[in-house]
Write a protein that binds this ligand. Structure first.
Ligand SMILES: Cc1cc2nc3c(=O)[nH]c(=O)nc-3n(C[C@H](O)[C@H](O)[C@H](O)COP(=O)(O)OP(=O)(O)OC[C@H]3O[C@@H](n4cnc5c(N)ncnc54)[C@H](O)[C@@H]3O)c2cc1C
Length: 428
């Protein structure tokens, strides 16, 4: 029986493990092993709502061990530290408790086929001081850290004899930056309503969004960029485009034109790169460390190793450009590999074809903007409540792939009830 190991249980890796466990694992046709450094999965596109305090990550996390038991795969918790390609063995470090003590020793997991699904991490592009002073949104823990700093900064400022405004600078006007800025504006108003602080939400908390390009959401249609910028300004967010950050300090952000933005909390959301582990694999990488793959998502150096999602570089043959680091790409690649790895007979491998269904960006609890790809190939721009509903469906689609329709429907109802009976912003 062959062993298929999936390294990384994110948007793509967990969907792949679930599908392969259901098709091959349960019937005993293959042994499927998922490895992740965390014990639970969280869908990263929701991180900005954890950072603003709107969403409790506990209610949306999926325990890998429980998912493995239900779907016929095995789960190993630990950090992948390397791959011995000559022996076809994945090296996994020890599993540690919160206090650092070792719960399980380091392990070596033999594989017949290996899928790399490590995702991506923040890319600071070598900007001075950014790694030391800016927060990031790579993991749930990062989002929690941001939330705690955000609430503490608001409370500290309001307890000073003379108010000093709380300055929050978000660097990067892509989807993450825009979504977080909108969520924070709403959270500040909710906190004021709950009298958590006595700051005036309109004047005492300043959220600045700093973007190097001449418009927000550069990957979307310019009309959507203008719409998003208008909406953010109506929420009180200061949108600074054409401002290239040169240095980040503990209490300020400086751009290359000499502008200085005071900052109590700085968040860097201006780009990603593949994690450092990719360098240790001895595989061909691009300039942001992504593993270069063939049209079948096989690494070009080792036919037994595949890579998907943000840690891989797949060049679309139609557009001639690398696919963007998006959940939609990771999902489609996971479904493609689930079929490819379940093939009984060897032969020429099929090629992955990405279908871009469009992009949606949340502008807070009540609005979103985006574009959808119509069947004719035309781009249809959407906004308002309709875009908001479609945006919410993206997450439900992920839950559907992991749990099936009945459980997804029950969970949706449970989350809806949870939203109604819990405060709109988490304080603890
Ligand atoms: C704040 C934010 C908002 C986003 N919003 C959107 C959006 O609206 N729409 C959209 O399409 N995309 C969005 N994205 C991008 C989307 O989340 C990613 O494209 C998608 O999650 C990639 O899936 P993946 O499976 O490649 O990796 P990930 O989902 O990042 O999963 C990687 C997994 O690998 C594990 N891992 C990493 N290194 C190791 C190691 N050494 N050992 C063991 N385990 C390891 C991690 O713990 C993680 O579970 C957003 C991303 C962020 C950060």
């Amino acid at each position: 029986m062959q062993t298929i190991v999936i390294a990384g249980g994110g948007a793509g890796g967990l969907e792949l493990a679930t599908r392969l466990g259901d098709t091959l694992g349960k019937s005993g046709r293959a042994r499927i092993i998922l490895v992740d450094r965390s014990p639970a999965h969280f869908w990263k596109p929701l991180l900005h709502t954890v950072a603003s305090g709107k969403l409790d990550p506990q209610a949306h996390q999926i325990d890998y061990s429980a998912q493995a038991a239900e779907h016929g795969f095995h789960f190993v918790c630990g950090e992948v530290e390397g791959v011995d390609r000559a022996r076809a063995v994945l090296q996994v470090g020890p599993r540690r408790a919160a206090d650092g003590s070792e719960m399980q020793p380091a392990r070596a997991i033999p594989y017949d086929r290996l899928v790399l699904a490590f995702g991506a991490v923040t890319n600071f592009y070598g900007t001075a001081g950014a790694a030391d002073h800016a927060l990031t949104l790579d993991h749930v823990q990062d989002a929690e850290r941001f939330r705690q700093r955000f609430i503490a900064a608001c409370m500290q400022a309001s307890s000073r004899p003379a108010y000093t405004a709380v300055n929050i600078v978000i660097i990067g006007g892509g989807a993450t930056g825009v979504e977080l800025a909108a969520e924070l504006s709403h959270a500040v108003r909710e906190l004021a309503r709950y009298r958590v602080h006595s700051l005036d939400p309109d004047s005492d908390v300043r959220v600045r969004l700093v973007e190097r390009g001449d418009r927000l959401l550069p990957q979307l249609n310019p009309r959507l960029s203008r719409r998003a910028a208008r909406h953010l300004r109506s929420l009180g967010v200061e949108v600074c485009t054409g401002s290239s950050v040169a240095r980040v300090e503990a209490d300020a952000v400086h751009d290359s034109d000499g502008n200085c933005y005071p900052s109590d909390i700085t968040l860097w959301a201006a780009g990603v790169e593949a994690p450092r582990i990719c360098v240790r694999l001895g595989l061909s990488l691009n300039r942001i460390r992504q593993v270069v793959v063939t049209p079948s998502l096989q690494t070009i150096d080792d036919p037994r190793i595949f890579a998907l999602g943000d840690c891989s570089s797949h060049v679309c043959p139609v557009k001639g450009a690398a696919l963007p680091p998006r959940a939609q790409v990771a999902h489609q690649q996971a479904m493609f590999l689930a079929d490819l790895l379940a093939r009984e007979r060897p032969g020429e491998l099929p090629h992955f074809r990405y279908r871009d269904y469009g992009s949606l960006v949340s502008l807070g609890p009540f609005a979103a903007v985006g574009s959808l790809a119509a069947a004719t190939g035309r781009e249809v721009l959407v906004g308002g409540w309709m875009a908001r509903v479609l945006y919410r469906l993206m997450y439900r689609k992920h839950v559907l792939a992991l749990h099936g329709f009945a459980r997804m429907a029950v969970q949706t109802l449970a989350h809806w009830i949870g939203d109604k009976v819990t405060p709109p912003v988490r304080l603890h």
